[in-house]
Design a binder for this molecule. Structure first.
Ligand SMILES: [Zn+2]
Length: 268
């Protein structure tokens, strides 16, 4: 299982570029003799361990990592500890799927229903769970329960969901020179203003609501009035009503940002 985890970790799989790692998992599913091995419309790898007539169970682990394609993926060992980018999140999870299939096969257990294994794409960042969404279509229709294997959550069982809403706010202006065009609209100034207002939002602590501006990017140079900038906002809560509430308040702030004076603000 450790060998599987390291072998898969060595294949770069940033979100939206999981194909090479997906191919490696598909080969391993096929080598195990699993049924219906295939890659679905989203790019996730599926396989089925046949069982009885009861409703199937889905066990999934995500393929993608938060590390860019050019990250040095070298692993190092410190006693029994193995360190490397993405080994815990989520190469170990993928290796766990393979090990689960091996253990069930070698014990000859007859499962009450089919067991679907899925190595899904798009779990991290802006992947927005697109792999899991596709799995709700197929094989999801008949699925009785889903278990998600997360290497980073080893030793814990998480049985409550945290809802999240994510936004990318972009600002565009005509830009200009910091001295010659001083006072002209700046995309960065507009987003900083927006960020400051977002940070004023009152958040419940129980049930918990969180707000994070995880990334701000944009601009051209220190003496250029920024013509473009982006801000990524992550809202979370364990309470769906409170999440909807903070999302609508954040959207109201974004909607109220000035679009006049050459600032074009878009939000997705
Ligand atoms: Zn993860």
């Amino acid at each position: 299982m450790v060998a599987d985890a390291i072998a898969l970790q060595q294949i770069a799989a940033p979100t939206f570029a999981e194909a090479a790692r997906a191919t490696a998992v598909r080969q391993r599913f096929s080598a195990l003799g699993l049924a219906d091995v295939r890659i679905d419309e989203a790019g996730s790898v599926l396989a089925r361990l046949p069982g009885g007539s009861a409703a199937p169970l889905l066990v999934s682990a995500h393929l993608d990592t938060v590390f860019a394609a050019d990250t040095d993926l070298k692993v190092s060992r410190h006693g029994s500890r193995i360190c490397g980018p993405g080994i815990g999140d989520n190469a170990v999870g993928l290796a766990g799927l393979l090990e689960l299939a091996r253990v069930l096969q070698s014990n000859g257990l007859q499962l009450p229903g089919d067991l679907w294994l899925a190595a899904n794409v798009g779990e991290e960042g802006l992947g927005d769970l697109r792999g899991m969404r596709q799995l709700q279509v197929h094989p999801g229709k008949q699925i009785s329960a889903t278990i998600v294997v997360e290497g980073a959550a080893y030793g814990r069982v998480i049985h409550r969901a945290v809802g999240a809403r994510r936004y990318r706010i972009s600002a565009q202006t005509a830009g200009g020179h910091s001295w010659n065009d001083a006072g002209a609209p700046s995309a960065i100034h507009a987003l900083v203003d927006c960020a400051q207002q977002l940070l004023q939002l009152q958040l419940s602590s129980a049930p918990r609501v969180t707000l994070n501006i995880g990334r701000i990017s944009g601009g051209t140079s220190i003496n250029t009035i920024a013509s473009h900038a982006q801000l990524e906002l992550d809202l979370r809560s364990e309470d769906s009503a409170l999440l909807a509430d903070v999302a609508s308040r954040a959207e109201a702030i974004i909607a109220a940002m000035p679009r006049t004076a050459g600032v074009n603000l878009t939000c997705v």
